[in-house]
Design a protein around this ligand. Structure first.
Ligand SMILES: NC(=O)c1ccc[n+]([C@@H]2O[C@H](COP(=O)([O-])OP(=O)(O)OC[C@H]3O[C@@H](n4cnc5c(N)ncnc54)[C@H](O)[C@@H]3O)[C@@H](O)[C@H]2O)c1
Length: 217
């Protein structure tokens, strides 16, 4: 059953919960039973008070003097994030970026499985990447319906990204991750997140510049 994420959890906390989940999954895979809050906070790159505040959104989950039971906390966060079961994803635009994402095995271990790769270029269609064959865009709706894919990833040129977004939404995809440098409009009930590495680099550049100013003043 799909567990809706309580809307009261702030988005920044949700992003950190995903980081805690990654750390806890690694610990669980390594056979760890419990983890102290200080260790979990350090591994996630947050301070212990911030960690406790984030986890307070999940209700009581720590054991005084022991810390947290690794598997219990991992499963609880996975449930809240809605990733306790594998999510089927389709990827549109299998060029440089799309091919790299499709070939990355790490998404599968984090609960996201690519079930369809699509491209408009005949030269791309038929290529084998990450265990899948690139299909023509015309197959998109059928594959989404057959696999019940709920997530669509867009790695096409910006000019066509909106039309891909429209098709994904009309096909029933409810979450879209957009890498194209354009702001997409999606119908109500469809969440869109944008990834822009240049924004992250600009933030880093700004922080570096600020540090230089502080050092000379
Ligand atoms: N968000 C980021 O940080 C980031 C980083 C790098 C690239 N990008 C963006 O990602 C996108 C892809 O970049 P790339 O370097 O892989 O480009 P690319 O040209 O190598 O790949 C684009 C692919 O999209 C396909 N395509 C074109 N129109 C299509 C359509 N209507 N339907 C389906 N497929 C279609 C092309 O055939 C091609 O295979 C671009 O928009 C680029 O600006 C974003």
């Amino acid at each position: 059953m799909i567990q809706p994420r309580p809307r009261t959890i702030p988005e920044a906390t949700v992003a950190r919960l995903a980081v805690y989940l990654r750390v806890l999954t690694t610990l669980a895979d390594g056979g760890r039973g419990t983890v102290a809050s200080g260790e979990l906070a350090e591994a996630a790159g947050v301070n212990p008070a911030g960690l406790r505040k984030d986890l307070s959104h999940l209700g009581p989950c720590g054991v005084r003097g022991v810390g947290y039971e690794v598997r219990t906390l991992r499963d609880r966060i996975a449930r809240v994030l809605g990733v306790e079961r594998s999510r089927a994803c389709v990827l549109v635009g299998i060029g440089n970026l799309g091919s790299a994402l499709a070939d990355y095995a790490g998404f599968g271990t984090r609960g996201f499985e690519f079930v369809g790769l699509f491209d408009a270029a005949p030269a791309r269609v038929g290529q084998h990447i990450g265990g899948l064959t690139v299909r023509p865009l015309a197959d998109l709706e059928d594959v989404v319906a057959a696999t019940r894919a709920s997530i669509g990833v867009i790695t096409t040129p910006a000019e066509v990204a909106q039309s891909i977004c429209d098709r994904l939404a009309a096909a029933g995809v409810r979450s879209i991750l957009n890498f194209a440098p354009v702001t997409l409009a999606a119908p109500p009930g469809v969440d869109v997140r944008k990834v822009d590495l240049s924004v992250e680099l600009q933030v880093l550049a700004f922080l570096g510049q600020q540090r230089l100013v502080e050092e000379v003043s």
